[in-house]
Design a protein around this ligand. Structure first.
Ligand code: BYC
Length: 331
């Protein structure tokens, strides 16, 4: 994937044992790695993979919520949802720009996505069936995203870590607007509360899957932790998310759809935490491999938007070319 772009104009990769050792020393000393620095090919490849998947997730993530902009229950809700979806588009752009510093172009990444070859988060292949889903997505999906992304603000690669600082500020607002929708529904009529419970029932398990496979099955975690791209493992972050979210569900008066969920005082080195039931990894891999309920629709919607936006890209390029020609003529 992205083979021709892996070593960009500035990007140097080195593999000698002396270099790898020196590189690891820089990582261990918490130095940031910057685009023009030499780096191991695997470090560059891991970042392009992760940042690319992350960027695609933000862009595809606009679709399930975009579906409800025209049906938001009030003008205030509509304005907030519109702003949230726009934020996600912006996050995608920061992330494509961060990946470009590693020598892979946004066009290349977009082609991979549209061809169905690139991954994006499993969570966005589930349908949004009611307004309560917009609350549940903000609360749970953005909540999971924050848990995963705050540590990425300390990622060893400078451009990714800086992009994440801006993204996390906006994500925390998204989480709060989602929780506030849930709170309003839970304090409303019995029908509204039932809608909120139904949304929690459908989004709980897919939200836990967002953190990726269990550590023992995670192909990349060990190396990514060593390079300080990831600061916590998938299971550690999932556990933090569960422990933070269960009391929030209790406050709403909702029931987490897991009969095996139980407080375990011995967990987390004696600080306590929740044990949970088994995650359906068959479902996870089915969705990741393109067979979720909405995979086909999501890609079709992206392809349509890309085709319909062709004239904008062409006009922008023509304008840029004209400006360049004028500037050269003036020299
Ligand atoms: N969905 O070795 P592992 C958002 C793949 S945006 C699909 O643990 P890693 C938001 C993984 O890619 C949410 N695929 O991998 C946006 C790998 O496949 P490849 C996205 C998944 O990278 C709008 C394989 O499984 N957030 O929150 O060490 C609105 C083995 O996994 C998933 C990010 O992208 C999944 N859930 O850890 C609201 C954050 N999980 O590449 C919200 C940045 C795993 O070998 N990314 N896979 O073919 C990360 O932190 C890490 O990449 C992950 C996975 C924790 C996701």
């Amino acid at each position: 994937m992205y083979s021709q772009g892996l070593i960009g104009a500035d990007g140097r990769t080195e593999e000698s044992p002396e270099f790898l050792e020196a590189f690891q020393r820089r990582i261990d000393a918490e130095e940031k790695i910057e685009p023009k620095d030499p780096m191991p090919a695997g470090y560059r490849r891991t970042l392009v993979r992760q940042i690319g998947q992350h960027a695609h997730s933000e862009i595809v993530g606009m679709l399930p919520e975009g579906n409800w902009i025209t049906r938001a229950p009030t003008l205030k809700r509509k304005a907030a949802l519109l702003a949230k979806v726009q934020d996600e588009g912006g996050h995608g752009l920061y992330l494509y720009a961060a990946a470009e510093t590693l020598g892979v172009s946004r066009e290349e990444m977009t082609e991979e996505l549209l061809a169905g070859k690139a991954k994006y988060s499993s969570i966005f292949n589930y349908p949004t069936l009611s307004w309560a889903d917009i609350g549940a997505i903000g609360w749970l999906v953005d909540g999971a995203a924050i848990m995963n992304q705050i540590p990425l603000c300390r990622c060893s690669y400078g451009p990714y870590s800086r992009a994440m600082i801006r993204i996390c500020k906006e994500e925390s607002f998204h989480q709060r607007q989602g929780y506030e929708i849930m709170l309003t529904l839970c304090r409303g009529t019995p029908e509204q509360k039932a809608m909120a419970q139904d949304a929690l029932n459908r989004w709980w398990w897919p939200s836990l899957m967002m953190f990726g496979p269990h550590d023992k099955d995670s192909a990349h975690t060990e190396q990514s932790m060593k390079w300080k791209i990831k600061r916590f493992t998938n299971d550690q972050l999932r556990q933090k998310f569960i422990d933070a979210t269960v009391p929030q569900a209790e406050f709403l008066g909702l029931t987490i759809p897991d009969p095996e969920l139980r407080w375990n005082p011995d967990k987390n080195d004696g600080r306590g935490g929740y044990d949970h039931g088994p995650i359906d990894w068959d479902e996870f891999w089915r969705v990741v491999k393109g067979h979720g309920r909405m995979n086909r629709d999501r890609l079709a919607a992206r392809r349509k938007a890309h085709d319909e936006g062709a004239w904008v890209r062409e006009a922008a390029l023509a304008h840029a070319r004209k400006r360049k020609a004028r500037a050269m003529a003036a020299e």
